[in-house]
Ligand binder design. Structure first.
Ligand code: TRP
Ligand code: SF4
Length: 407
């Protein structure tokens, strides 16, 4: 396993979501709740991955356009706060496309063909023609998304970890190719002197300990020291990150995946909640419809009559209790079901109540935003501006180290 190369801005978090339809409770429990938590801890950027949606939905772009604003409203309704996080639309920051193109020049084809989701998705989505250049390249587009902001942490599900791993490989390759500038050692030495006597000495000490003893802790401390330096230019900081480990300049830092510990949200049939299984409850579903779906959802098939005892482990309703109910209520289900002292509708009621209670404030906030579409547009316009400022900075640097800044 490779040692983790912690990013320069390890506190920056980036994540995206495809606009391909209404969000459901699976998105809420699996992703949005996590975003809401992260936004208080880190500098967060969350974006609408419309170009990603195009890689599979290029024949029906209408779905994308229709989903974008509703999705942003879903985010806001779920508690994503534009005061804490930067929200934007991918295609409104063209730098993602520029970096994608530049990275594509140095990305071996095999790296993309080996990404597990490539073959999986092609098989799953047989009705679409996915033998396209864009579909093959979509994990690299994701790498460009991440590296454009030099994000250190990427909240993803299991299925996306391989994409972050690809990003790390691509960043390493980029740094290897373009972080070797003429006179690197001299420039690095000069940068150490700029840190002042005391800090320079500390830095050298950490560098020696890391390179001679291989102490990961010394490297972490060296990095922290560099991050605290106010008087180093970005270029010098990058040189010294690389110099610390005996490598070249680190222009694009390697991100790490941030796996959320949220358990999989079960759908109405006990499989993972997913649009393709038709087992979802949408985030803002009408209460009457929520109630109907839950009342009619399947239970332990062995419990035919009210007097038959059941086995919660074989029942999708039990899985929902594990998400929504406390210990006492869970005990009530276990005992009541196994002794046939409660009926399935009794058992479902607390879940119905909990889902409705969860959705209440979400629905309310969504209505407020729906009534003010210009406010939503404004949030995205502001976020886009912030994102473009960050992206422009990275791309200027990328062009410079690649020798593309002709003037
Ligand atoms: N590929 C992700 C998905 O399909 C969405 C995504 C695009 C993303 N770019 C990203 C997630 C960058 C995290 C970081 O769900
Ligand atoms: Fe499922 Fe509850 Fe009915 Fe048992 S009582 S089968 S857990 S719905």
């Amino acid at each position: 396993m490779n040692e983790v190369l912690v990013a320069t801005q390890h506190q920056r978090v980036l994540s995206g979501m495809r606009p391909t339809g209404l969000l459901h409770l699976g998105h809420y429990h699996g992703v949005l709740k996590n975003w809401v938590e992260l936004q208080h801890k880190y500098e967060c950027l969350f974006f609408v991955a419309d170009w990603h949606a195009l890689t599979t939905h290029y024949e029906e772009t209408g779905i994308i356009a229709d989903s974008i604003w509703e999705m942003v409203i879903d985010w806001l309704a779920a508690g994503v706060d534009p005061g804490d996080a930067t929200l934007f639309i991918q295609s409104q920051v063209p730098e993602h496309a520029e970096l994608h193109l530049l990275l594509s020049m140095m990305t071996p084809l095999g790296w993309l063909e080996r990404v597990p989701s490539y073959k999986d998705q092609q098989e799953k989505l047989r009705e679409r023609d996915l033998a396209t250049y864009g579909f093959l390249g979509y994990p690299l587009l994701q790498s460009a998304d991440i590296l454009t902001y030099k994000a250190g942490l990427v909240p993803v599900g299991e299925d996306q970890v391989a994409h972050v791993e690809l990003t790390r490989e691509v960043a390493r390759r980029f740094n290897h190719l373009y972080g070797r500038e003429p006179g690197f050692e001299e420039k690095a030495e000069a940068a150490v002197r700029k840190m002042g006597k005391k800090n320079g000495k500390l830095y050298r000490e950490f560098r020696r300990r890391y390179q001679e003893q291989g102490e990961p802790e010394a490297r972490e401390k060296g990095r922290a020291l560099l991050e605290a330096q106010q008087n180093l230019s970005l270029g010098d900081q990058e040189r010294l990150f690389g110099f610390l480990e005996g490598a070249g300049r680190v222009i694009l830092p390697e991100p790490q995946p941030l796996l959320s510990h949220a358990s999989k949200m079960p759908g109405l049939d006990g499989q993972k909640m997913s649009k393709s299984y038709g087992n979802t409850i949408s985030l803002r579903e009408e209460p009457a419809s929520v109630e109907k779906k839950l009342r009619t959802m399947p239970t332990d098939p062995a419990r035919v009559r009210r007097t038959d005892p059941g086995t919660p482990a074989k029942c999708p309703v039990w899985q929902l209790h594990q998400v929504y109910s406390d210990q006492d209520a869970q005990k009530w289900v276990q005992e009541g079901c196994q002794s046939a002292s409660i009926g399935c509708l009794d058992c479902k009621q607390p879940v119905i109540d909990a889902v409705l209670a969860e959705q209440g404030p979400i629905r309310e906030r969504a209505e407020e935003y729906q009534a003010r579409p210009e406010a939503v547009r404004g949030i995205i316009a502001d976020g886009g501006e912030k994102a473009r400022d960050l992206a422009r900075e990275t791309l200027e640097e990328v062009r410079e180290v690649m020798g593309l800044d002709y003037s």
